[in-house]
Design a protein around this ligand. Structure first.
Ligand SMILES: [Zn+2]
Length: 289
């Protein structure tokens, strides 16, 4: 199996992106992998936030991803999504995650840099001892919002990632991937239009060409915005909220339509099928050139 960085390298050369989708239950994980594979993705990243990891269990997440990889003979990479401390990242790496995002972006630059560097060093040490490649993503610039439907989030260019800071951060930490902020916010906002500042992103890429760029908070963005970001150098796109909404709406509908249905796999499947449509549409959108 190729490594995650090798898949990202191919994506960069080919001008497309790999999807990153979140799960906290086995049915959603399997649905993501089935949909990504059917839609023609070369590989897929699946992630658990700290909350999602607490629910499913880190060892369980690792075992489940191992099982679906085998079941579908398809490359699936498990990522610890926005883990907020060195300790949490260490737990994920020890449990067998393929990748972690150390997110200390709320901290001052120096603290974010030193925490991220520590995670990179730990990841390299464990990679060596296990003969695997554990990759690390850092985040710079504070990405506002949460993976929910919200009314309004104030964002201004002052919140954007500064190109010179991005450069210093990548050089000092050695992260594989970088999450940046240029108009993106986590979740879906209902009372404002979400818009990316592609020109600003291009200035970041110009300052730091040698890292893989990740777009977080893609839920709620127009396809044309996401595709413009991919064209400008994003190789990994995170979607969570839109999947959650589709899954939950499917469940509501199933339970409403057949209130007497008590077989979980029958009503859960309706939610999974709705969620798969979202994954499939996103993957096709990432691959369009
Ligand atoms: Zn994110």
């Amino acid at each position: 199996m190729k490594t995650l960085n090798e898949y990202l390298k191919d994506a960069k050369a080919g001008g497309y992106a790999l999807g990153h989708f979140n799960f906290s239950t086995e049915d959603v994980l399997r649905g993501i992998v089935e949909a990504a594979r059917e839609a023609g993705a070369p590989a897929v990243m699946v992630g658990t936030s700290e909350g999602e990891a607490d629910y499913v269990g880190m060892y369980e997440a690792v075992a489940l991803v191992g099982a679906v990889r085998k079941h579908y003979d398809f490359p699936v990479f498990l990522n610890a999504d926005h883990f907020k401390s060195f300790g949490k990242c260490q737990e994920a790496i020890d449990a067998g995650y393929d990748s972690v995002i150390i997110d200390e972006s709320k901290m001052v630059f120096a603290d974010n840099t030193s925490a991220s560097k520590k995670v990179v060093e730990y990841g390299r040490e464990v990679s060596k001892s296990r003969n695997v490649e554990i990759t690390v993503e850092g985040e710079i610039g504070y990405l506002k919002g949460s993976s929910e439907v919200q009314k309004k989030i104030e964002i201004s260019p002052a919140d954007y990632t500064k190109p010179e800071e991005a450069k210093e951060f990548v050089v000092k930490t050695g992260v594989d991937r970088l999450a940046v902020v240029f108009g993106n916010i986590h979740g879906i906002v209902t009372d404002q239009e979400e818009k990316l500042d592609i020109e600003h992103f291009k200035r970041i890429v110009e300052a730091v060409p040698d890292v893989y760029y990740v777009l977080h908070g893609a839920s709620g963005l127009k396809d044309s915005d996401v595709q413009a970001a991919i064209k400008a150098g994003v190789t990994n796109v995170h979607f969570n909220t839109e999947l959650r909404v589709a899954y939950t709406e499917g469940l509501h509908k199933a339970l409403h339509d057949k209130p007497g249905e008590t077989t979980p796999y029958k009503y859960l499947k309706v939610g999974v099928d709705e969620m798969k449509k979202v994954v499939s549409a996103k993957v096709q959108m990432f691959m369009e050139r």
